[in-house]
Design a protein. Structure first.
Length: 175
């Protein structure tokens, strides 16, 4: 496969990160956390497909069940955002653990892509690098956009984030 195909795959893999980033960005995240989280998501979008390509197809059945786990996580996050919508500190990105959970959650689908790509006998480092850069960029843009919505619309932007999380949960539940 060529790099253009990897780039389009990366865009597809980055859409969840982008959507979730908008949702979390409505909680007004500091610029330092935006940069760190974007880098972390990019790093996991390199590591997860790399691990998937190493492990191979033997775990494909287990990976298919992660959709239900991701769906549940998104529903819990949407509920937490709703429950704390009137509090000053909304959402769950408050510490290092929550940053890692965010990054892992949006990177799980890249693991299964790595499983499929592992069947190729090609050097996949360029693919994984493209995945990492694209997802980090989409996460960064999503968080900034969410922050912008929060500044412009205040607490109403939080509802937008809740809706995005709920839609993502339903998407994973049905896939």
């Amino acid at each position: 496969m060529n790099n253009l195909i990897y780039f389009f795959m990366a865009i597809g893999l980055s859409m969840d990160a982008f959507s979730l980033s908008i949702a979390y960005g409505t909680n007004y995240i500091k610029k330092s956390k935006i940069l760190f989280l974007s880098t972390l998501v990019g790093l996991f979008h390199y590591i997860m497909p790399f691990l998937g390509s190493i492990i191979g197809g033997s775990l494909a059945i287990i990976i298919m069940k992660t959709n239900y786990i991701v769906s549940l996580v998104f529903l819990i996050l949407a509920y937490e955002m709703y429950k704390s919508k009137d509090e000053e500190q909304k959402g769950a990105i408050t510490n290092l653990l929550s940053l890692f959970i965010f990054a892992i959650t949006v990177s799980l689908d890249s693991f299964s892509v790595g499983l499929a790509l592992g069947l190729e006998k090609a050097n996949l480092n360029s693919a994984f690098l493209i995945f990492a850069i694209t997802s980090a960029t989409f996460t960064f843009i999503g968080l900034l956009f969410g922050n912008h919505l929060s500044k412009k619309y205040g607490k109403k932007a939080n509802y937008f984030g809740i809706i995005i999380l709920t839609i993502l949960a339903i998407k994973y539940l049905l896939s």
